[in-house]
Design a protein around this ligand. Structure first.
Ligand code: CUA
Length: 326
């Protein structure tokens, strides 16, 4: 009795865990039930339809169970006939599932897929390449390469082509569209269209290794003029060269306008203009950047950023340099 007394409060807490997680999820900024694009509205609508249908179905089953409970042991009580069993157990599920299939295939899948033909001239193409555990972002037709923060013009059809540099990942911005698998040997496409300006959180949705959960990204939907200004600024090469960076970091990172041009890790030409680091693991502040440079495996264990054994003076110098790259 003593041990069960100790165990029970823990068990009660465990039973509450799914509800706590659900509540936490509902309060976060990455929420498929707060859609901000036509495809995401369609996905949220079918989610609510399925929830409503499930509640009705569960209600019917509970009602039958309760009726059976009250009739237990009653001599001569009615037993359901074969027709009732076939109607409720076979025909009803077939009709419900067929209706859901037709609705999702006719209205939803087509509405959430990018057009099969070449994009219209006023559409924007963005290329996203996934890596363990971050996102490389390129804008065809310009030299812009960035990481983990995708800027798009608001109320514009943006066709995102995704492929992977290593394992399978999944690109997902819940408020803007459905998930799309990211394969190493195939390019997949998904459309992002934001109804209103804002910052939308995205996440890798396919387990891809130790830091899968820290493989997030932001989509910034900006007014078109602001987006154009951002793109022009990002296309400019860096104004300054840093010998320490070139010595320690250039074998993995690029800074356009300097001899560093490796794309093993994120392009850092304008890293100072980003709001986050390490695929949204930490905010982009001098203190967090210094900690990341000093001890990357403590900040993001399993990431491919190695410990460079930098001295405090070197960390300070690199932090100042990188934060100046706006
Ligand atoms: Cu990439 Cu999970």
């Amino acid at each position: 009795m003593k041990s069960s007394g100790r165990w029970l409060p823990g068990a009660r807490l465990l039973t509450l865990l799914p509800f706590a997680l659900l509540a936490a999820g509902c309060g976060s900024k990455q929420d498929a039930l707060r859609p901000d694009s036509p495809p995401a509205h369609g996905i949220a609508t079918i989610w609510w339809i399925m929830l409503g249908g499930s509640v009705v179905g569960l209600g019917v089953i509970v009602a039958i169970l309760v009726a059976a409970w009250f009739k237990r042991g009653v001599e001569g009580a009615d037993r359901p006939g074969t027709i009732t069993v076939i109607a409720l157990g076979i025909v009803t599920p077939i009709l419900v599932l067929a209706a859901l299939f037709a609705y999702s295939d006719i209205f939803l899948i087509r509405g959430t897929s990018p057009p099969a033909a070449a994009a219209a001239t006023n559409d924007l193409d963005v290329r996203v390449i996934s890596h363990q555990f971050w996102w490389e972002v390129r804008y065809p037709g310009s030299s812009v390469v960035t990481a983990n923060e995708i800027h798009i013009p608001v109320r514009t059809h943006v066709i995102v082509s995704v492929h992977s540099d290593d394992v399978i990942h999944s690109f997902w911005v819940p408020q803007l569209n459905r998930k799309i698998d990211v394969f190493p040997d195939q390019v997949n496409r998904v459309e992002l269209y934001a109804d209103k300006p804002g910052r939308y959180r995205g996440q890798c949705a396919e387990f891809c290794g130790l830091q899968h959960a820290h493989m997030g990204f932001y989509v910034f939907a900006d007014p078109p003029a602001r987006f154009a200004r951002w793109l022009r600024a990002q296309a400019r090469p860096a104004k300054r060269f840093n010998a320490l960076f070139d010595d320690k970091c250039s074998s993995c990172h690029a800074i356009q306008g300097t001899p560093a041009h490796s794309h093993v890790g994120p392009d850092l030409t304008h890293v100072g203009s980003r709001t986050s680091l390490a695929a949204l693991t930490i905010p982009n502040t001098p203190a967090h950047l210094a900690e990341w440079l000093r001890n990357p495996q403590q900040v993001k264990p399993g990431s491919l950023m190695p410990d460079l054994n930098l001295t405090s003076a070197q960390v300070r110098q690199l932090t100042r340099y990188l934060e100046s790259l706006k």
